[in-house]
Design a binder for this molecule. Sequence first.
Ligand code: G2I
Length: 371
Amino acid sequence: MTRAAEQGHPRRRIRTAVAALTSAALAATGMLAFAGSAHAADTLRGAAEQSGRYYGAAIGPQLLGEADYTSTLNAEFNSVVAENAMKWDATEPNRGQFTFGGGDQIVAHAQSQGMEVRGHTLVWHAQQPGWVQGLGGDDLRRAMLDHIDGVAGHYAGQISSWDVVNEAFEWDGSRRQSNLQQQLGDGWIEEAFRAADAADPAAKLCYNDFSTDGINAKSDGIYRMVEDFLARGVPIDCVGFQSHLGQDSDLSTYQQNLQRFADLGVDVEITELDVGGSGAAQANVYRGVTEACLAVSRCTGITVWGITDKYSWRGDESPLLFDANYQKKEAYYAVLEALNGAAAEGPGQDGDLSATSYHPASWRESGQAVS
Ligand code: G2I
């Protein structure tokens, strides 16, 4: 497969340098434990760092004042992503007027703690400000490109990887019929990646989606797009697999799916992991996802979609690693053990279940899922 890197794409060299600097910074602060260390780490970030990976959480700047929230974040995670604060509605509520307060708070906190920052998300059909929704044709194109330039430009050099485009595919592998698709045509995703490439030469550029947690029609469609982008030198560096799962989710092709994208020549990241359920069943799905990532050398890290069940978007399903009182759950210990290499043989998953992803009813209500 032809890769942009092999065509001498200039941004690849810069990104490699940024990654090396990040590793050097972690090592210099004593936070990087090396693979093969005899000592099991006792935090998620410490355990993930043993294999050079990050373990991240989605956070809200408004919660950083809560002592338990911030102390858990600082102790356990070495990467963050804004759950909402860097989206289009939050960063450009009026055309051309950018508001970076919440995102800046997150970046400042992360930098004070030696954490990486993922960027989420530059272009998405949801959480668009009202003024975008009425635009057509070239006006929408101009707005999209200006938005990418404004936001990715503002954070240039501070973001490890951007979710440039979020959730642009349907279940059957076709393009989602969003306003972006209908007004701009098939080329809009490519245009967005090229604009992000120009605005932030250091960040890795990801395509991010849900229900792609196995080999299925949707992940097939995204695979074909990535293959095409790489063949034509469109700048793409990574694919994000959201992994909003349930305790009955089928992980039988999860690792294989990550691996096939990695084999194309992109990094893969678990970007929004949460698992509805409880106890051992929930813990086993978390373990399976962790082991799958560890088994794929280009799986660079895992982000959970929140710290505590107290503030999860799926709060009634208790899908995270810390309960509402910030106590570590069984799932936490399963992840820690897996990151420490206790099950280095690779992922295994029992069961013969049909669902590949969990689709809360609220997605349908909010227009996020379409079937
Ligand atoms: O829906 C789960 C995630 C699916 N993938 C993309 C993610 O960006 C998405 O995150 C969720 C946030 O976790 C929610 O917190 O995106 C939702 C919006 O589609 C977020 O919910 C929104 C509420 O719907 C709004 O009413 C609220 O104003 O959060 C906003 C900010 O608190």
